[in-house]
Ligand binder design. Sequence first.
Ligand code: ZN
Length: 390
Amino acid sequence: MNQLILIEQIEVYAPEYLGTQDVLICGNQIAAIEPELSIETPMLTRINGRGKLLFPGLVDSLVHISGGGGEGGFHTRTPQMTLTDATAAGVTTVIGALGTDSVTRTLPDLLAKAHGLENEGLSVYCYSGSYQVPVKTITGSVEQDIIFIDKMIGVGEVAIADHRSSQPTIHELARIASQARVAGMLSGKKGIVSIHVGEGESQLTMLQQVIEQTDIPAHQFYPTHINRNQSLLDAGISWCKQGGVIDFTTSTNEQYLAEGEIPAALALAKALQAGVDIAQLTMSSDGNASLPVFDSEGHLTGLEVGKVASLYEAVKQAVTQYNVSLSDALSAATLSPANILGLTQKGRVCPGTDADLLIVNASNLNIESVYGKGKLLVEQGMPVCKGTFD
Ligand code: ZN
């Protein structure tokens, strides 16, 4: 028998504002959203939603779930993400990726970690490939990875404009995008190519050239780290005006900000002010990535670790500091990434979709409860569902 949970009289941001509603969860899905639902059965658990807000669980489109980094030697490889790193921070869906290192880090390890987190209560997808070109795969081809491996929804982060990139040619990038696109069409996925954009002066020029010289549409690419500096943000806004989408990275540190990085929440506000549609704008944590600090000669001088928790912090910051509407701020971490990645069950509060939900305090936006596919993962701000090694 499916569990029934009725969240009564809660203000719903779906992420669009729906006003005060009763929300019924049946098993792992949202069954109904109505101004008043009268249900009488002893099987029903009632939750008082007065004074609280209901949001979709966050969709974090880039997390190095199996660890990343390593740019400073073996001891600088970053740790894996744990279940509660995500759930305590309101993230119920993550997209795992490799990064710079696809030699000591592997796709089978990434995929195993994705299955492990899924067993523990999270929804997890991943990208084939890494920074490197030619793209590393599990099955031998990008197409087969996307078509035959359920969890693989695209390729990435393929690195451009970065000294750690494989320095791919336009032709190579176009080939990867066409393989991902066709494989996505054949398997009912979006086949997105996540693009790591580094500090290099070429910025988004390569992507620009691919869409000018081929039939690949701009939205096949999903470039991230676009809040790296004002000039890259400007290039990102132009890219959106050509039909592209862009992602801002919420993990940061004092040095990055001092050197000109724009907080993701501020970048979101600026892009919206520039007239970009919220459907083209997303934020992700880059959780468990290394945040390497290089000197002017490219030598590594420091290393920190990205936090999944920075995603919801950025959502709150967009609202409280940069006057972004709550709907738009939430969209950037829920509906927009879910739609870009083709995850139709995720990132929205809607009947028939997965019951991935956050109940937050209306006055301070602090997370009180988190549900993942109908299962209570966090209660009164504390994880009640722990990962195997949490
Ligand atoms: Zn990256």
